[in-house]
Ligand binder design. Sequence first.
Ligand code: AMP
Length: 134
Amino acid sequence: MHNDVFCKIIRGEIPSYKIYEDADVLAILDISQVTKGHVLVMPKEHYENFLSTPQEVMHKVMNIAQRIGQVQIKMLGAKGVNILSNAYEAAGQTVMHFHVHVIPRYESNDNFHLEMKENNESLNLPAIADKIKL
Ligand code: AMP
């Protein structure tokens, strides 16, 4: 048995605002709303993060994340959606139970900033590509 906050929510030990639930997947409002309607989608079974989650479970989670993104656009008037999954502390993961953030984006009152700046180091792209080729 795991004692992370999402396992406790799944077991009903901690309250949450449920958006979707089936036998395998739960989606809830994030307690710290980055933007209005920010949702977390997670498998009910415990996996540490997306790197260790079986593909069939990942597919179920992503199917629901997609549907939630569509509803955020339709019902909340969002103009876009970011999906994000942090894996390990170095990437900002604070709850060690796989989850996907579905973050609706708005034209105004939107304080979510995702900045991808080019790395200034000179990188050896052929060597890097060779190293991580699947
Ligand atoms: P991460 O930092 O990617 O691991 O995301 C964990 C998320 O869980 C954060 O955005 C928290 O705001 C959220 N969170 C933590 N506790 C709760 C809770 N009890 N109910 C809903 N969301 C929570």
